[in-house]
Write a protein that binds this ligand. Sequence first.
Ligand code: SF4
Length: 209
Amino acid sequence: MKQKNNKFIEYMNELFTDAECELKFGSEFELLVSVILSAQCTDKRVNMVTKELYKKYNTPKDFANMPQEKLEELIHPCGFYHNKAKNIISASKDILERFDGKVPSNMKDLMSLAGVGQKTANVVMAVAFKGDNFAVDTHVFRVSHRLGFAKSNTPEKTEEELKKAFDKNLWSRLHHQMVLFGRYYCKAIKPECEGCKLKDMCEYYKRKR
Ligand code: SF4
């Protein structure tokens, strides 16, 4: 197992030397809003929307006082705009009222905000607060199952399996690398297996043949 893990880590480092979050943000609060917007939406589209949005509105106060319909219109291209707008407004109010206007820097408080589940909280912790977190999104889930690093059927349990499989200091970096690997190589449909250096250790590839 150790050899397999090391080979995977090496390949990720080879492909993605400077792996980082592809969402563009200028503050912890902007990152939180962007991660909420990124559910079921590409980072590219979120960045296009937030590029304009954050020019005018980028603090909890701006969103807490905004009529929901107005925010829905502004974030419409990100999809699920009704729920996302409701959650952003509610989270902004909570941040103002309960956290003195600051995005909380621990999992428990982050997850008490509207629209913030374990994955979102993990991303905010890892990216904004440099925590050792392993966020499991759809890409991380797929890649880790294809390669056999995880077997369980929920993101939460997959996160536990990945945390056991890899050293803590690698979690956050591996998360970013696995997101990029899943997005550009190990894609959901038609993964680029032929050029992949992990073929001989990939359970999905072996099953496919
Ligand atoms: S061999 Fe294919 S399925 Fe397996 S990790 Fe590589 S790209 Fe993904």
